[in-house]
Design a protein around this ligand. Structure first.
Ligand code: TYD
Length: 134
């Protein structure tokens, strides 16, 4: 599966507010094993700068705007802008990502695996080597 935007249903109304729901294998294409969130990232900071060997993720900007610049192993680069809490970005494994945040952004990540540093590819050169099957 390629990176793509998931649009969550919005239950509610503009008068009362909304609820959106993420469920394993319903609108999330894996079993969620971990949830984390990031916040207070300054606007001039780029986070990410890594890929994962196994991890799949769905990421929601529950507040603010989060911009992903992602690159696949074929060298194809795509920008995804999360600017509404009814949107999620599905990221499969072996995708390089750089992430920028608006000052009020809160990133919620639903992850397919528990945390292990061994799953990270933090050197871009090592990511490129995966492309060459090294
Ligand atoms: P990292 O994934 O590199 O953050 P980002 O992509 O947002 O820049 O994680 C930053 C630090 O937090 C790193 O030292 C690993 C640690 N960390 C955990 O201990 N557990 C986790 O579930 C996550 C996501 C990170």
């Amino acid at each position: 599966m390629k990176p793509h935007i998931i649009t969550f249903d919005k239950i509610g109304s503009s008068a009362l507010g909304y609820i959106s729901v993420a469920e394993n294998f319903n609108n999330i294409p894996f079993t969620v094993q971990r949830v984390y969130w990031t916040y207070y990232t300054p606007q001039d900071v780029t986070r990410g700068g890594h890929a994962h060997l196994k991890l799949e993720q769905v990421i929601v900007a529950v507040s603010g705007t989060i911009t992903f610049l992602i690159e696949d192993l074929q060298g194809s680069k795509t920008e995804f802008v999360l600017d509404n809490p009814d949107k999620g970005l599905y990221i499969p494994n072996k995708i390089w990502r750089d992430i920028k945040f608006s000052h009020n952004a809160v990133l919620l990540c639903l992850a397919s695996e528990v945390y292990t540093e061994d799953d990270y590819i933090r050197e871009y050169d090592n990511f490129i080597k995966l492309r060459d099957g090294q």
